[in-house]
Design a binder for this molecule. Structure first.
Ligand code: SAH
Length: 226
């Protein structure tokens, strides 16, 4: 793969990636700014797409339609659902689904007949290898998305029982959904910033910068090896 898309939701998740691409140019599509540069012998198109599912979906489709990216990597932070995940751990998604689409069978029983979008196995394996090299604790699992910042233990418990997710955030399933529709391989890489529980808001504020930095480092390492 020669042309790779990288999406983050927030500027702090994007900082290190933007720095690595500083020698390139920017392109404007509507209100979205794309950073285009060669990195590790690949053409990278990267953007802060904004928070939430629609922002992420629009950004992914713009990258595909306007720049012809061959895969998309999402890099950012997430709240832990699984007890196995602690602050600063990495989750490399095996698949992504919505936790706020009811009933989930709507996408299964109608087009596109899929409600759980599988990530690219090769990209996920490579990401896991890079984690080992960087000394980052990593698990593979399910990432679930919705338009809600989860900071409530009761809501968290409901999401776990509905989805069997390992981590929650607000963009991954939208990117996965768009990539699925386009037959495009994708990876969702997340570093844990909080426990999506009653302490979640304070933890997020404390750990978001460092968690975002770790995930961006992993993402650049992955791009070097693709
Ligand atoms: N308090 C922050 C919240 C930003 S939303 C603010 O007002 O700026 C949280 C962002 O981090 C989203 O992009 C989402 O993908 C991710 N995220 C991290 N922890 C999360 C959680 N517990 N629930 C949902 N999204 C979370």
């Amino acid at each position: 793969m020669k042309k790779i898309g990288i999406i983050c939701a927030m500027d702090n998740e994007f900082a290190l990636i933007k720095q690595a691409l500083a020698h390139g140019r920017t392109a404007q599509i509507g209100r979205c700014t794309f950073y285009c540069a060669e990195y590790a012998g690949k053409d990278i198109i990267a953007a802060t797409g904004g928070i939430g599912k629609v922002n992420a979906a629009a950004c992914a489709q713009m990258m595909i339609s306007n720049f012809g990216v061959e895969c998309i990597v999402f890099s950012g932070v997430a709240g832990a659902l699984s007890d196995k995940l602690h602050i600063f751990d990495i989750i490399v998604a095996n698949d992504v689904m919505y936790h706020d689409l009811f009933p989930a069978s709507l996408l299964r029983d109608n087009f596109p007949n899929c409600d759980c979008f599988p990530t690219d196995a090769r990209l996920a394996e490579l990401a896991e290898t890079v984690c080992t090299e960087l000394g980052l604790h990593c698990i593979r699992g399910r990432v679930v998305s919705g338009d809600q910042f989860i900071t409530d233990s009761i809501v968290k418990a409901r999401i776990i029982s509905d989805t069997h997710g390992d981590a929650t955030e607000m963009e991954g399933a939208a990117v996965g959904h768009v990539c699925y529709l386009n037959n495009l391989p994708f990876a969702i890489l997340r570093c844990i910033s909080d426990g999506a529980d009653d302490n979640g808001e304070m933890d997020f504020d404390t750990f978001v910068e460092q968690a975002a930095h770790r995930c961006a480092k992993l993402t650049l390492g992955l791009v070097e090896r693709i």
